[in-house]
Design a binder for this molecule. Sequence first.
Ligand SMILES: [Zn+2]
Length: 54
Amino acid sequence: MPLYEFYCEKCKKEVSMTLTIGERERGEYKCPGCGSKKLQPLMGTFFSKTSRKS
Ligand SMILES: [Zn+2]
């Protein structure tokens, strides 16, 4: 199961959790700390920043 990183707008901090692809696609995830669903995925932005270095 892949590990995903999110930024929780409620806790104002980064959280990481393991999700199945299906859970990720359907948005079936919430902050382990506060239970909020206001999570912003961090991985996508992180990778596009580092891999584009031409
Ligand atoms: Zn939270």
